[in-house]
Design a protein around this ligand. Structure first.
Ligand code: UDP
Length: 327
């Protein structure tokens, strides 16, 4: 079984990717410092604990596992925090990724799949974003991811590092079989916060801003089911194995939902009231981020099957009630 090095494999998206990789016949090797991930979430292959900036640790992992590819998920990903502490994002995301990319090239590993973000696009006019839209991030998180995309471009050109970049929209939901799910501490994402508020695990949800230029005044996002998202990564890996070249793909559904729509859908799925109050805007939030995923569908053959709001909230709610990690 071919090894794939999965950085951030103990995190939300990385752990689902490990499950999908294993199902597709690969051996996912998790490399994670557990700063936001969970050892309990590493269920589908070996675990190596380490820092991305620790080059000796990375070199040792490459020597021992000789992976055919790297899937790089490990990153800090909170928009708000990236505005209050931008240095943390540049150190962790950019310096860490640079060390990883250099180690990948040094080890002679040729294939790199990178998890980037729609936050690299920034505030655009009322359009459905595609991969050719200008990248003008308005927060340090998006800026850090755009910088890593640039590094990959340079290393691709100079050293032949083949790469696929996925720009995610908003990821939600959980493994329908309940083996892994979303569990951040602290939690900042809309869906899990809302589910916590519904069952009293925390205070009411704050809706960040009701004066945006959208039909109901709240921000609009394009939500993708985590299982659909990781399926695209397996297709991206095969794309690289078939030597199809460097490519960027947006992963969204093309349909946007406002914060109020997510709240009303959750009420429907859970049959419970969502306690919330209306608060001020959160720094760094764009009004609307919605993608076309035409390219991923056409070129990769990606066919999202679970990315309805109802399915995402149903799976997230099931995980929320039954699953959590302790270490
Ligand atoms: N949001 C909110 N209250 C919260 C968390 C998020 O109103 O407690 C909003 C946020 O402003 C954004 C959307 O929900 O419009 C999705 O935010 P999230 O943090 O889940 O993802 P992001 O879009 O920042 O990647």
């Amino acid at each position: 079984m071919a090894n794939v090095l999965v950085t951030g494999g103990a995190g939300y998206i990385g752990s689902h990717a490990c499950k999908a990789l294993k199902a597709a016949g690969y051996n996912p090797v998790t490399f994670d410092n557990l700063c936001t991930g969970w050892e309990d979430a590493v269920k589908f292959g070996p675990f190596e604990r380490g820092e991305l900036t620790d080059r000796a640790a990375l070199d040792s992992v490459f020597t021992r596992y000789n992976p055919i590819a790297v899937m790089h998920f490990a990153a800090l990903s909170q928009v708000g925090e990236s505005m209050s502490d931008p240095g943390k994002y540049w150190h962790n995301n950019v310096a860490g990724s640079l060390a990883l990319i250099e180690a990948t090239v040094a080890a002679g590993c040729k294939n790199f799949v990178f998890s980037s973000t729609c936050a690299t696009y920034g505030e655009q006019d009322d359009v459905t974003l595609d991969e050719n839209c200008p990248q003008v991030p308005i927060n340090a998180y998006g800026a850090s991811k755009r910088a890593i995309e640039d590094i990959l471009g340079n290393f691709g050109e100079s050293y032949g590092l083949n790469h696929v970049i996925f720009r995610y929209f908003n990821v939600a939901g959980a493994d329908p079989e309940g083996e892994v799910g979303e569990f951040h501490q602290p939690e900042t994402h809309l869906v899990p916060l809302m589910l916590d508020a519904i069952d009293g695990k925390r205070d009411a949800l704050t809706v960040f801003g009701t004066d945006y230029d959208t039909p109901d005044g709240t921000c609009i996002r394009d939500y993708v089911h985590v299982c659909d998202l990781v399926d695209a990564h397996v297709l991206g890996l095969k794309w690289l194995e078939e030597d199809k070249g460097n490519r960027v793909f947006n992963l969204g559904t093309g349909v946007g939902f406002s914060v109020r729509e997510v709240i009303s859908n959750s009420k429907m799925v859970t049959n419970r009231e969502v306690p919330f109050f209306e608060g001020p805007r959160r720094a760094g939030d764009c009004t609307k981020l919605v993608s076309g995923s035409v390219r991923a569908e056409k070129e990769l053959g990606w066919a999202p099957t679970r990315s309805t709001l109802e399915a995402m909230i149903t799976d997230a709610w099931r995980w929320h009630q039954n699953g959590h990690y302790t270490k």
